[in-house]
Ligand binder design. Structure first.
Ligand code: IPE
Ligand code: IPE
Ligand code: MG
Length: 249
């Protein structure tokens, strides 16, 4: 039986975030340049997006390029940017077909103008789609996002638009890139690395973490379903005891 058939629709997470990792190693294993791995990672993006859309999920956030990734060799960064341009252009029709709305988070002003233009076009074109919201994290890091949020919040306090006593975690969340988006309930990282690498630090406060050994270019729908099935077996206690949760049922 397919793992998909074992999933309980009412228990699916509303929002899944993925750290897509392992492209370079996938290419190296085949004696190819790292860029080859990035190119082959596009199929996995397509598969996971389609799977999430088919399952009726609300949000899927993909970590595509971190603030720290700017420190990679110039040829790799250039190739990744070119790949972004061509992929966004070629995938727009599929997003339309699957009723997917594209959004992005990150320091978009730091992206080359071609990437920004292609991204803007796709975001506008898909804006009225009502199915899955696909969020690309580009030139994103959580500490950058939090620092930006703190600056805007401080500005509002200074100008009298916000009382210090009114600041709580909801108010603070509204200063982040992810405002209006519910926190991810599940965070997946591929390639056998056990770290967060500056991704959604605030938002994953209570997310379930799932680590897969699969290198990103090999990640397929079936692997995604396995992660979701694992998620459905977890007991999410939010600080309470197991007994309290059973009593509530
Ligand atoms: C993830 O794969 C893609 C990006 C970070 C852009 P990597 O390029 O990090 O691949 P590994 O981790 O070196 O194998
Ligand atoms: C995290 O992967 C960033 C993305 C997937 C875009 P990295 O490969 O850059 O992370 P580290 O450097 O191994 O922590
Ligand atoms: Mg990596």
């Amino acid at each position: 039986m397919s793992v998909k058939a074992l999933l309980v629709p009412e228990k699916l997470p509303r929002h899944v975030a993925i750290i897509m990792d392992g492209n370079g190693r996938w290419a190296r294993k085949r004696g190819n340049a790292r860029v080859f791995g990035h190119r082959n990672g596009v199929k996995a993006v397509r598969e996971v997006t389609e799977a999430a859309a088919e399952l009726g999920m609300g949000y899927l956030t993909l970590y595509a390029f971190s603030t720290e990734n700017w420190s990679r060799p110039k040829n790799e960064v250039d190739a990744l940017m070119a790949l972004l341009v061509s992929t966004i252009a070629s995938e727009t029709q599929t997003l339309m077909k699957n009723n997917v709305q594209l959004r992005s988070i990150g320091c978009l002003d730091s992206l080359p103008s071609k990437v920004k233009a292609e991204l803007d076009t796709c975001i506008k074109q898909t804006a009225n789609n009502t199915g899955l919201t696909l969020i690309l994290a580009l030139s994103y890091s959580s500490r950058w996002e939090i620092t930006q949020g703190v600056k805007r919040l401080a500005e509002d306090v200074k100008n009298g638009r916000l009382e210090i006593s009114a600041i709580n975690d909801q108010v603070f969340s509204s200063y982040l890139e992810t405002r209006e988006v519910p926190d991810p309930e599940l965070l997946i990282r591929t390639s056998g690395e056990f770290r967060i690498s500056n991704f959604l630090l605030w938002q994953i406060a209570y997310a379930e973490l799932y680590f897969s050994d699969i290198l990103w270019p090999d990640f397929r729908k079936e692997h995604f379903y396995e992660a979701l099935l694992d998620f459905q077996k977890r007991e999410r206690r939010f600080g309470k005891t197991s007994d309290q949760l059973i009593l509530k049922k």
